[in-house]
Write a protein that binds this ligand. Structure first.
Ligand code: SAM
Ligand code: SF4
Length: 348
């Protein structure tokens, strides 16, 4: 069965283009786009304190991002997630959302969404909703203002809380993403789950991944979600549910709260067989797998001509290279990341 999207015959019956199919018969229906490598936070697991960012000229312009996303939509992508870096710190983002919303109106796209640290949500929540965004993922690892400052280095918890309030007031459905960090928020996770569910928000707990050199000891941050789950099970009844996103999360229903809780365990579980997604960086590099280095440059074909023939050919060729699975490993001797790029490059 194809769990990555509607069955192929349904796509055609509804007048949708046939989806991109990779060599392992997975339909590519979900595109995640990092629109900037910059951020107003410096989360300890994601960035080093002193990051050097890309020169602006290397970034795709908003028009180029629109063209690229639209090319994928024309090839059957049904869900688009903008991420970063922090997507809402890039100037002109509302113009891009406004423009991409035409694909929602035409029915070509099922969902336009974003992952954000929430710092700018108070400002943009209503506008996002106006552009057809229905759901947002907000990353939040602690409810303690001091810890929040320590984890994000630059962030202000009150500002993020105001953003979450604004999002809910605007009618956006909010899902919380929390990274589990050994010795930092492990005691707090049950409380965060209860808080999120109390506000009607789903929550996903993410195992820290070895991406990018953040100048810290990875093994110090790593907390296996198997341990998180058994601790949560001391307080809550966790019932496995069948909810499938085509992504790495596995879900349970928390009996006491009625809310949904996801676990993303990229290093200890294999979720690749249902993978329906590819990722593009803010410079137009297409990664066919979050856990592999192989990539395709889409910026050159995008800039080489006004028409999309070269771009389409480059996308088709890249999808033939989508690997069967990933290979995350923390090198325990070297304590080096398995992959040298930061999460802020591919957007998670
Ligand atoms: N700035 C936005 C945010 O924080 O939501 C979007 C980009 S951020 C890179 C996307 C997600 O990746 C966040 O939920 C963040 O917590 C997560 N993340 C970043 N680095 C990570 C790492 N090394 N391991 C696991 N998750 C990570
Ligand atoms: Fe910025 Fe998001 Fe990375 Fe934190 S996780 S530094 S908010 S991009």
């Amino acid at each position: 069965m194809n769990i990555a999207g509607p069955p192929l015959n349904l796509h055609r019956a509804a007048g949708h283009p046939a989806p991109l199919i990779d060599p392992f018969a997975r339909a590519i229906t979900y595109l995640r786009v990092s629109v900037t490598d910059r951020c107003d936070f410096r989360c300890v697991y994601c960035m080093s304190e002193h990051m050097s960012f890309l020169p602006k000229a290397d970034l795709l312009s908003l028009e180029e991002l629109d063209r690229l996303c639209s090319a994928f939509v024309a090839k059957g992508v049904r869900k688009l997630r903008l991420t970063g870096g922090e997507p809402l710190v890039r100037r002109g983002m509302m113009t891009l959302f406004a423009s991409l919303s035409r694909h929602l109106k035409s029915g070509a796209l099922d969902e336009l969404t974003l992952t954000t640290n929430g710092s700018q949500l108070a400002k943009y929540a209503a506008e996002l909703k106006g552009h057809g965004v229905e759901r947002v993922n907000v990353s939040l690892d602690t409810l303690d203002p001091d810890k929040f400052r320590a984890i994000t280095r630059w962030g202000d918890l009150a500002q993020v809380m105001a953003g979450i309030d604004a999002a809910q007031a605007a009618g956006l459905k909010v899902k919380i993403n929390a990274v589990a960090l050994k010795g930092v928020n492990e005691d707090e996770l049950a409380g965060i789950v209860a808080w999120a569910h109390g506000r009607g928000m789903d929550i996903t707990i993410i195992e820290v991944m070895p991406l990018g050199d953040v100048g810290d000891d990875r093994l110090g941050q790593y907390l296996p979600l198997s341990m998180v789950r058994s601790r949560l099970a001391e307080r809550f009844t966790l019932d496995d549910i069948d909810h499938q996103s085509g992504g790495p999360a596995r879900y349970v229903r928390v009996k006491e709260t009625g809310g949904r809780l996801g676990f993303i365990t990229p290093m200890t579980h294999n979720f690749c067989e249902s993978c329906n997604r590819v990722r593009i960086t803010c410079t137009g590099t297409l990664y066919m797998c979050l856990g592999q280095e192989d990539a395709a440059d889409l910026r050159a074909p995008l800039r080489a001509s006004e028409g999309n023939d070269l771009l389409n050919a480059a996308i088709d060729e890249a999808i033939t290279r989508k690997p069967k699975g990933h290979d995350f490993v923390i090198d325990r001797r070297q304590k080096r990341p398995a992959l040298s790029r930061h999460m802020s490059v591919t957007g998670g």
